[in-house]
Design a protein around this ligand. Structure first.
Ligand code: ATR
Length: 292
Protein backbone atom coordinates (compact mmCIF):
# COMPACT_ATOMS: atom_id res chain seq x y z
CA UNK A 1 0.00 0.00 0.00
CA UNK A 2 1.01 3.60 -0.45
CA UNK A 3 1.12 5.59 2.79
CA UNK A 4 0.18 9.26 2.44
CA UNK A 5 -0.78 12.22 4.60
CA UNK A 6 -4.32 10.91 5.21
CA UNK A 7 -3.43 7.31 6.10
CA UNK A 8 -5.04 6.24 9.41
CA UNK A 9 -3.08 4.12 11.87
CA UNK A 10 -4.22 1.24 14.06
CA UNK A 11 -2.02 -1.13 15.97
CA UNK A 12 -1.35 -3.67 18.67
CA UNK A 13 0.19 -3.08 22.09
CA UNK A 14 1.58 -6.05 24.00
CA UNK A 15 4.73 -7.91 24.91
CA UNK A 16 5.69 -9.93 22.93
CA UNK A 17 4.08 -8.93 19.62
CA UNK A 18 6.52 -10.52 17.15
CA UNK A 19 4.35 -13.53 16.28
CA UNK A 20 0.99 -11.81 16.01
CA UNK A 21 -1.36 -12.47 13.08
CA UNK A 22 -3.27 -9.20 13.68
CA UNK A 23 -1.33 -7.13 11.09
CA UNK A 24 -2.18 -9.77 8.49
CA UNK A 25 -5.89 -9.64 9.44
CA UNK A 26 -6.24 -5.84 9.46
CA UNK A 27 -3.98 -4.95 6.56
CA UNK A 28 -5.75 -7.56 4.41
CA UNK A 29 -9.15 -6.11 5.40
CA UNK A 30 -7.96 -2.56 4.63
CA UNK A 31 -6.64 -3.65 1.25
CA UNK A 32 -9.74 -5.61 0.26
CA UNK A 33 -12.06 -2.81 1.42
CA UNK A 34 -9.94 -0.09 -0.20
CA UNK A 35 -9.42 1.71 3.11
CA UNK A 36 -6.46 4.05 3.58
CA UNK A 37 -5.38 2.40 6.86
CA UNK A 38 -2.28 0.69 8.17
CA UNK A 39 -1.97 -1.63 11.19
CA UNK A 40 1.35 -2.00 13.01
CA UNK A 41 2.65 -3.84 16.11
CA UNK A 42 3.87 -1.62 18.99
CA UNK A 43 6.00 -3.58 21.45
CA UNK A 44 4.91 -2.09 24.79
CA UNK A 45 7.00 -3.05 27.80
CA UNK A 46 6.29 -2.35 31.45
CA UNK A 47 3.22 -2.31 33.67
CA UNK A 48 0.12 -0.20 34.22
CA UNK A 49 1.95 3.16 34.29
CA UNK A 50 3.78 2.53 31.02
CA UNK A 51 0.60 1.27 29.32
CA UNK A 52 -1.27 4.38 30.44
CA UNK A 53 1.45 6.54 28.87
CA UNK A 54 1.26 4.48 25.66
CA UNK A 55 -2.53 4.90 25.47
CA UNK A 56 -2.32 8.67 26.07
CA UNK A 57 0.46 8.93 23.50
CA UNK A 58 -1.60 6.96 20.98
CA UNK A 59 -4.48 9.38 21.41
CA UNK A 60 -2.17 12.38 21.01
CA UNK A 61 -0.84 10.79 17.81
CA UNK A 62 -4.39 10.49 16.38
CA UNK A 63 -4.27 6.68 16.35
CA UNK A 64 -7.69 5.37 15.34
CA UNK A 65 -7.72 2.15 17.35
CA UNK A 66 -5.59 -0.34 19.20
CA UNK A 67 -5.68 -3.98 20.03
CA UNK A 68 -4.28 -5.03 23.37
CA UNK A 69 -2.68 -8.37 24.04
CA UNK A 70 -0.83 -10.16 26.84
CA UNK A 71 0.14 -8.94 29.45
CA UNK A 72 -1.88 -5.70 29.26
CA UNK A 73 -5.51 -6.78 28.76
CA UNK A 74 -6.50 -6.19 32.37
CA UNK A 75 -4.45 -3.23 33.53
CA UNK A 76 -5.07 -1.21 30.35
CA UNK A 77 -8.59 -0.63 31.70
CA UNK A 78 -7.51 2.14 34.06
CA UNK A 79 -6.25 4.15 31.06
CA UNK A 80 -9.66 4.23 29.32
CA UNK A 81 -12.40 6.85 29.39
CA UNK A 82 -15.22 4.34 28.81
CA UNK A 83 -15.63 0.55 28.89
CA UNK A 84 -18.24 -1.59 27.16
CA UNK A 85 -20.46 -3.54 29.59
CA UNK A 86 -19.39 -7.08 28.60
CA UNK A 87 -15.68 -6.10 28.73
CA UNK A 88 -16.24 -4.50 32.13
CA UNK A 89 -17.87 -7.68 33.47
CA UNK A 90 -15.12 -9.88 32.04
CA UNK A 91 -12.49 -7.53 33.41
CA UNK A 92 -10.38 -7.61 30.25
CA UNK A 93 -10.16 -5.43 27.17
CA UNK A 94 -8.51 -6.28 23.86
CA UNK A 95 -9.79 -3.45 21.63
CA UNK A 96 -9.60 0.32 22.10
CA UNK A 97 -11.82 2.55 19.98
CA UNK A 98 -10.95 6.22 19.64
CA UNK A 99 -13.43 8.78 21.00
CA UNK A 100 -13.06 12.55 21.35
CA UNK A 101 -11.30 12.48 24.71
CA UNK A 102 -9.75 9.03 24.98
CA UNK A 103 -10.45 5.40 24.13
CA UNK A 104 -13.42 3.14 24.80
CA UNK A 105 -12.53 -0.47 25.62
CA UNK A 106 -14.20 -3.60 24.25
CA UNK A 107 -13.61 -7.33 24.52
CA UNK A 108 -13.82 -8.61 20.94
CA UNK A 109 -12.12 -11.87 21.98
CA UNK A 110 -15.52 -12.87 23.34
CA UNK A 111 -17.82 -11.23 20.78
CA UNK A 112 -15.44 -12.78 18.22
CA UNK A 113 -15.75 -16.24 19.77
CA UNK A 114 -19.54 -15.90 19.71
CA UNK A 115 -19.49 -14.84 16.06
CA UNK A 116 -17.03 -17.62 15.14
CA UNK A 117 -19.34 -20.19 16.73
CA UNK A 118 -22.40 -18.74 15.02
CA UNK A 119 -20.57 -18.85 11.67
CA UNK A 120 -20.20 -22.62 12.19
CA UNK A 121 -23.89 -22.92 13.06
CA UNK A 122 -23.17 -23.53 16.76
CA UNK A 123 -26.02 -22.42 19.00
CA UNK A 124 -25.48 -20.90 22.48
CA UNK A 125 -28.86 -19.53 23.52
CA UNK A 126 -30.80 -22.10 25.51
CA UNK A 127 -27.98 -24.69 25.34
CA UNK A 128 -26.39 -26.87 28.00
CA UNK A 129 -22.63 -26.43 27.64
CA UNK A 130 -19.53 -27.99 29.17
CA UNK A 131 -16.67 -25.51 29.63
CA UNK A 132 -13.26 -26.95 30.48
CA UNK A 133 -10.96 -24.69 32.50
CA UNK A 134 -11.22 -21.79 34.93
CA UNK A 135 -8.23 -19.63 34.01
CA UNK A 136 -8.37 -16.20 32.42
CA UNK A 137 -9.59 -17.44 29.03
CA UNK A 138 -12.29 -19.76 30.40
CA UNK A 139 -13.50 -17.06 32.80
CA UNK A 140 -14.17 -14.73 29.87
CA UNK A 141 -15.91 -17.54 27.97
CA UNK A 142 -18.13 -18.23 30.99
CA UNK A 143 -19.27 -14.60 31.02
CA UNK A 144 -19.85 -14.64 27.27
CA UNK A 145 -21.89 -17.87 27.33
CA UNK A 146 -24.14 -16.69 30.15
CA UNK A 147 -24.50 -13.20 28.64
CA UNK A 148 -25.59 -14.72 25.33
CA UNK A 149 -28.24 -16.86 26.98
CA UNK A 150 -26.74 -20.33 27.60
CA UNK A 151 -29.19 -22.35 29.67
CA UNK A 152 -26.51 -23.97 31.84
CA UNK A 153 -22.70 -24.04 31.82
CA UNK A 154 -20.97 -26.95 33.56
CA UNK A 155 -17.61 -25.44 34.47
CA UNK A 156 -15.06 -28.22 34.95
CA UNK A 157 -11.63 -27.44 36.39
CA UNK A 158 -8.75 -29.25 38.11
CA UNK A 159 -8.85 -26.61 40.87
CA UNK A 160 -12.47 -26.55 42.02
CA UNK A 161 -12.16 -23.27 43.96
CA UNK A 162 -11.41 -21.33 40.78
CA UNK A 163 -14.51 -22.71 39.05
CA UNK A 164 -16.60 -21.91 42.10
CA UNK A 165 -15.29 -18.34 42.26
CA UNK A 166 -16.12 -17.72 38.59
CA UNK A 167 -19.64 -19.07 39.13
CA UNK A 168 -20.20 -16.71 42.06
CA UNK A 169 -18.86 -13.71 40.15
CA UNK A 170 -20.90 -14.38 37.02
CA UNK A 171 -24.11 -15.01 38.98
CA UNK A 172 -23.66 -11.77 40.88
CA UNK A 173 -22.82 -9.75 37.75
CA UNK A 174 -25.66 -11.12 35.62
CA UNK A 175 -28.24 -11.67 38.35
CA UNK A 176 -28.98 -15.21 37.18
CA UNK A 177 -27.74 -18.68 38.10
CA UNK A 178 -26.32 -20.44 35.04
CA UNK A 179 -22.97 -22.00 36.05
CA UNK A 180 -22.46 -25.33 37.80
CA UNK A 181 -18.85 -25.57 39.04
CA UNK A 182 -17.39 -29.10 39.05
CA UNK A 183 -14.06 -30.90 39.38
CA UNK A 184 -12.71 -32.15 36.05
CA UNK A 185 -12.68 -35.77 37.23
CA UNK A 186 -16.40 -35.52 38.03
CA UNK A 187 -17.30 -35.37 34.32
CA UNK A 188 -19.06 -38.73 34.70
CA UNK A 189 -21.55 -36.94 36.99
CA UNK A 190 -22.80 -34.64 34.24
CA UNK A 191 -26.58 -34.98 33.83
CA UNK A 192 -27.63 -37.25 30.96
CA UNK A 193 -27.76 -35.66 27.52
CA UNK A 194 -25.39 -34.50 24.81
CA UNK A 195 -23.30 -31.35 25.07
CA UNK A 196 -21.38 -28.68 23.28
CA UNK A 197 -17.94 -28.71 24.97
CA UNK A 198 -15.55 -25.76 24.89
CA UNK A 199 -11.90 -26.51 25.67
CA UNK A 200 -10.61 -23.41 27.48
CA UNK A 201 -7.48 -24.70 29.24
CA UNK A 202 -3.89 -24.37 28.04
CA UNK A 203 -3.54 -28.18 27.95
CA UNK A 204 -2.66 -29.37 24.42
CA UNK A 205 -1.09 -26.10 23.32
CA UNK A 206 2.00 -26.40 21.09
CA UNK A 207 4.50 -27.99 21.77
CA UNK A 208 2.51 -30.26 24.15
CA UNK A 209 0.31 -31.49 21.32
CA UNK A 210 -0.34 -34.95 22.80
CA UNK A 211 -1.82 -33.64 26.05
CA UNK A 212 -5.54 -33.41 26.73
CA UNK A 213 -7.56 -32.40 29.76
CA UNK A 214 -9.87 -35.47 29.72
CA UNK A 215 -8.74 -38.82 28.21
CA UNK A 216 -11.81 -40.91 29.05
CA UNK A 217 -13.62 -41.89 25.82
CA UNK A 218 -17.01 -42.14 27.59
CA UNK A 219 -16.87 -38.35 28.07
CA UNK A 220 -16.46 -37.78 24.33
CA UNK A 221 -19.39 -40.02 23.48
CA UNK A 222 -21.57 -37.35 25.06
CA UNK A 223 -20.10 -34.42 23.12
CA UNK A 224 -21.93 -33.53 19.89
CA UNK A 225 -19.62 -30.56 19.22
CA UNK A 226 -16.17 -29.75 20.58
CA UNK A 227 -14.68 -26.28 20.28
CA UNK A 228 -11.03 -25.84 21.25
CA UNK A 229 -9.84 -22.27 21.84
CA UNK A 230 -6.37 -23.46 20.81
CA UNK A 231 -5.35 -23.11 17.16
CA UNK A 232 -1.68 -24.08 17.46
CA UNK A 233 -1.78 -27.01 16.73
CA UNK A 234 -4.85 -26.86 14.48
CA UNK A 235 -5.81 -30.45 15.30
CA UNK A 236 -5.54 -30.84 19.07
CA UNK A 237 -5.90 -34.15 20.88
CA UNK A 238 -9.18 -32.83 22.31
CA UNK A 239 -10.45 -32.30 18.74
CA UNK A 240 -9.28 -35.76 17.67
CA UNK A 241 -11.07 -37.41 20.60
CA UNK A 242 -14.28 -35.48 19.80
CA UNK A 243 -14.08 -36.53 16.13
CA UNK A 244 -13.28 -40.16 16.94
CA UNK A 245 -16.44 -40.33 19.08
CA UNK A 246 -18.51 -38.98 16.18
CA UNK A 247 -18.75 -35.30 17.18
CA UNK A 248 -17.90 -32.18 15.19
CA UNK A 249 -14.59 -30.55 16.19
CA UNK A 250 -13.33 -27.02 15.69
CA UNK A 251 -10.10 -25.18 16.52
CA UNK A 252 -9.84 -21.56 17.66
CA UNK A 253 -8.53 -19.83 14.53
CA UNK A 254 -11.93 -18.42 13.57
CA UNK A 255 -12.16 -16.87 17.03
CA UNK A 256 -8.94 -15.01 16.23
CA UNK A 257 -10.33 -14.00 12.84
CA UNK A 258 -13.58 -12.62 14.24
CA UNK A 259 -12.00 -10.82 17.20
CA UNK A 260 -10.07 -8.93 14.50
CA UNK A 261 -13.12 -8.38 12.32
CA UNK A 262 -15.18 -7.10 15.26
CA UNK A 263 -12.37 -4.64 16.11
CA UNK A 264 -12.05 -3.53 12.48
CA UNK A 265 -15.79 -2.93 12.28
CA UNK A 266 -15.74 -0.84 15.46
CA UNK A 267 -12.85 1.30 14.21
CA UNK A 268 -14.21 1.88 10.73
CA UNK A 269 -17.99 1.73 11.23
CA UNK A 270 -18.39 -0.90 8.51
CA UNK A 271 -19.76 -4.43 8.29
CA UNK A 272 -17.40 -7.10 6.98
CA UNK A 273 -19.21 -9.62 4.78
CA UNK A 274 -18.87 -13.39 5.26
CA UNK A 275 -17.18 -13.55 1.86
CA UNK A 276 -14.54 -11.07 2.94
CA UNK A 277 -14.12 -12.85 6.28
CA UNK A 278 -13.48 -16.08 4.37
CA UNK A 279 -10.83 -14.40 2.19
CA UNK A 280 -8.96 -13.19 5.29
CA UNK A 281 -9.35 -16.62 6.90
CA UNK A 282 -7.74 -18.31 3.90
CA UNK A 283 -4.73 -15.99 4.22
CA UNK A 284 -4.42 -16.77 7.95
CA UNK A 285 -4.53 -20.51 7.25
CA UNK A 286 -1.86 -20.14 4.58
CA UNK A 287 0.36 -18.19 6.99
CA UNK A 288 0.00 -20.94 9.62
CA UNK A 289 0.26 -23.72 7.01
CA UNK A 290 -3.14 -25.14 7.96
CA UNK A 291 -4.70 -26.90 5.01
CA UNK A 292 -7.94 -28.52 6.16
P1 ATR B 1 -5.32 -18.82 30.30
O1 ATR B 1 -5.08 -17.35 30.37
O2 ATR B 1 -4.89 -19.45 29.01
O3 ATR B 1 -6.71 -19.18 30.68
P2 ATR B 1 -4.47 -19.62 32.93
O4 ATR B 1 -5.22 -18.49 33.51
O5 ATR B 1 -3.10 -19.91 33.43
O6 ATR B 1 -4.31 -19.46 31.36
O7 ATR B 1 -5.40 -20.94 33.07
C1 ATR B 1 -4.98 -22.20 32.66
C2 ATR B 1 -6.12 -23.20 32.76
O8 ATR B 1 -5.63 -24.47 32.31
C3 ATR B 1 -6.65 -23.44 34.16
O9 ATR B 1 -8.00 -23.84 34.09
C4 ATR B 1 -5.76 -24.59 34.64
O10 ATR B 1 -6.32 -25.37 35.69
P3 ATR B 1 -6.08 -24.92 37.23
O11 ATR B 1 -7.03 -23.76 37.46
O12 ATR B 1 -6.44 -26.13 38.03
O13 ATR B 1 -4.63 -24.53 37.35
C5 ATR B 1 -5.71 -25.42 33.39
N1 ATR B 1 -4.53 -26.28 33.35
C6 ATR B 1 -3.26 -25.94 33.00
N2 ATR B 1 -2.44 -26.99 33.06
C7 ATR B 1 -3.19 -28.04 33.48
C8 ATR B 1 -2.93 -29.42 33.70
N3 ATR B 1 -1.72 -29.95 33.52
N4 ATR B 1 -3.95 -30.20 34.09
C9 ATR B 1 -5.21 -29.71 34.28
N5 ATR B 1 -5.51 -28.41 34.06
C10 ATR B 1 -4.54 -27.58 33.66
Amino acid sequence: MEINGKTRTCGLIGDPVEHTLSPLIHNTLAKLLGHDLVYVPFLTKGGEAEVEKAVQGAHALNILGLNVTVPHKEHVMSALTEIDKLAEQIGAVNTLVRTAHGYKGYNTDMTGLYRAMRSEGIQIKGEEIVLLGAGGAARAVAYMLCSYGAQRVYLLNRTFDKAERIAQEVHQALGRTCIVPMRTEEHDKLPSGEYLAIQGTSVGLFPNCEEVIIEDSTFYQRIHTGYDLIYRPSNTKFMRLVSQAGGKAYHGLKMLLYQGIDAYELWNDVTVSEKLAEAVYQRMKKELEIDE
